[in-house]
Design a protein around this ligand. Structure first.
Ligand SMILES: [Mg+2]
Length: 313
């Protein structure tokens, strides 16, 4: 199918994300239900085409076989001030694993201390988004291990470069997860991944949908955490379907991010209960209320048309 009838919405966020306070998402309906196309605005046509492949699969294909029902969720703390931590954790009732976005060890360790003062047994995941050099990563991980070692679940993407990760892993006992490295190597060789990481973070849309994600997971051959790319509840339902079908799920997934929307696309969004989410079909009943401006509708229509024009789908 070609998604001619798209509804572009501009959803208000509770957080500042990529320097904006709203998230534009194109929603459309296919024979199997509603789907979401929402690559970030700065993404080029090639990268966006992978997200469109996922969106089309969601709209047109049957969900894969489930091997589990409810999905355990980790709390997510974006880069924020300490005063906000309690409010954010309240949106993730029952979650014992907490992911924190980190830039600088010295500045951001206050966030860890605050989380641990509220959830003392928390398992902490730190997401660096590949921002450290090898030298910084080695010295920061020595400090984390010393001060918080027992509470740390894993460090997500401390460095971007594969060779740096390979070197880093020899110098730390902390587990390493890869996220951005997977997308950088999509369609490529994952043979080194078992040497560079303990966990693979997989997202539904940036890996081109559930089928493609399951193929990549099979190639990487590491335990998996399914995460979101700040999707609406529609995208989250596909993330949950992926988590329900992954053979080797590592632990709680990063799919509780619907709480970062001040308003989701539905009056009945996914909310975490007892540390878990239960998957279900989402009906977008707020399409009119958050309809984006006509020029933005046109921008998204052109974005999709360009993907077809360049033969990427
Ligand atoms: Mg990440």
């Amino acid at each position: 199918m070609i998604p001619y009838a798209i509804h572009v919405v501009d959803l208000p966020l509770n957080i500042i994300f990529r320097e904006v306070k709203t998230r534009e998402i194109a929603i459309f309906e296919g024979p199997k239900g509603w789907s979401e196309f929402s690559p970030f605005l700065e993404y080029g046509v090639k990268e966006s085409s992978i997200w469109l492949k996922a969106a089309l699969e969601g709209a047109c294909d049957e969900a894969p076989k489930k091997i589990r029902e409810d999905i355990e969720i980790n709390a997510t703390i974006p880069r924020t001030s300490i005063n906000e931590v309690k409010n954010i954790l309240d949106k993730f009732p029952g979650c014992k694993t907490v992911k924190i976005k980190i830039d600088n060890f010295r500045q951001d360790q206050d966030l860890l201390v605050e989380v641990l003062s509220i959830v003392p047994q928390a398992k902490i995941r730190l997401d660096i988004n590949g921002k450290w050099s090898l030298t910084q990563a080695i010295s920061n991980l020595i400090d984390y291990e010393k001060d918080f070692g027992a509470n740390i679940d894993y460090i997500e993407q401390p460095c971007r470069d594969i060779d740096d990760l390979l070197e880093l892993r020899k110098k730390t006992k902390l587990k390493i997860a890869v996220d951005e490295s997977i997308r950088k190597h999509i369609n490529n060789d994952f043979s080194k991944f078992k040497e560079i990481a303990d966990v693979a973070v997989i997202k539904w849309a940036p890996t081109g949908g559930i089928k493609s994600a399951l193929e990549i997971i099979d190639k990487i051959n590491l335990p998996v955490v399914v995460s979101s790319a700040l999707d609406s509840s529609i995208g989250i339902s596909y993330g949950l379907a992926l988590a329900q079908s992954v053979p080797n799920l590592y632990g709680p997934c990063g799919l509780g991010t619907a709480s970062f929307f001040k308003s989701d696309i539905t009056t009945n969004p996914f909310t975490v209960f007892e540390g878990k989410l239960k998957n279900r079909k989402i009906e977008p009943d707020l399409l009119d209320q958050f309809k984006a401006k006509p020029e933005r509708q046109l921008w998204w229509q052109n974005r999709i048309a360009q993907i077809y024009r360049e033969g990427l789908i």
